[in-house]
Design a protein around this ligand. Sequence first.
Ligand SMILES: Cc1cc2nc3c(=O)[nH]c(=O)nc-3n(C[C@H](O)[C@H](O)[C@H](O)COP(=O)(O)OP(=O)(O)OC[C@H]3O[C@@H](n4cnc5c(N)ncnc54)[C@H](O)[C@@H]3O)c2cc1C
Length: 354
Amino acid sequence: MNAIQEFTISGVAVPRDPISMLDQICEHFVEHAEVVRTENRALLSSKIGTASIHIDDTQLVIELACPTQQMLHMSRTVIAEHLFYFAGEDPLDLSWSDQAQLASLPNIYEVTVASVEDVTPHMRRVKFACNDIAPFVDGDMHVRLLIPPKGRPPIWPGIRKDGRVAWPEGDDELLVRAYTIRAIDTERGELWIDFLQHPAPGTKTPGADFARDAKPGVKVAFLGPGGGSIPQAQSILFAGDESSLPAIARIVAEASPATRMQAIIEVASEAEEQPLPSAGTLDVRWLHRDTYPADAKSVLVDEAEKAINVMENETFVWVACEKAAVRAIRSILKGRGHDRKKMYAAWYWEREEK
Ligand SMILES: Cc1cc2nc3c(=O)[nH]c(=O)nc-3n(C[C@H](O)[C@H](O)[C@H](O)COP(=O)(O)OP(=O)(O)OC[C@H]3O[C@@H](n4cnc5c(N)ncnc54)[C@H](O)[C@@H]3O)c2cc1C
């Protein structure tokens, strides 16, 4: 990255096994950042800044440098959340050089429901009015939607000393779900989110229900943006379902005329198809679950595999759907030796075992 990195902070992490932790960091972030690894050091560079992490005896020394204070906050939170995730059940001690300047979360935006409409029978669009739209323009594609408990004034999250998000607990606990910013209307100051209405018999679906019941004037918050940007590639292969259709639609809508794209999208039925306008060239193959034989298990994975087998090596493969399907497609890509920098494979939901 070329921007001047003016804001810095350093941290020290003491994991059970620093080498394995550094390996996991590199393995994970290769799909989100430029990663340069030497034996004891990793340098991660992205548009929000750089993270230099090196092993010093039993600890990892972390140096973050970012062009803005806000990006520094976000980098620290991202690194802290991931280190604790990688540590799992193992103990991890993490401390930072300057607590005072990073006392609260800077990337929480209170937003208000402006309008609600159905895009298809099972896709409900909520448009949110946002006082400050600037951080979302050219930002990452996703947000965490924070919904306060009904009838209580919202308590938005703060930040822990170790850099992780401090979530309100007990009666103030928030409902938190990840969604994609489907579109940004800068003139009206609105952000759109498309919520799949996924009836799960006998199970609560609070995120989907929020959109079903949303009324203009309701206040919620977005935490973000984060979690993946629009791929810059000449050739893109998408494989996804309804949960990632908003993301696919946005990437396609913002693609340049020179981009060649192929999309395999699984939806419940023909009624769930959406027009996907693009300046680029797009070939879409819709898969309809209501036409599958009763014993069909992995139609999306099988179709993605066929497309992967005949694609050019340079193609960027973008995959997001249910966890097991993402894992299957990821292992197909791994088996083919596909460059990790040319893929995004993220699970957007997980099927519950019956
Ligand atoms: C980065 C990211 C971006 C996302 N963007 C979007 C988006 O723009 N629009 C969108 O609709 N979703 C999106 N998702 C998926 C969304 O976060 C999940 O579907 C979430 O689980 C929905 O929350 P819920 O409260 O409705 O259901 P949950 O409480 O999470 O789950 C309730 C039950 O529903 C099942 N379930 C959950 N999701 C689905 C599904 N898609 N199909 C079938 N069954 C399901 C679960 O297995 C469970 O049994 C995104 C996820 C990620 C990680």
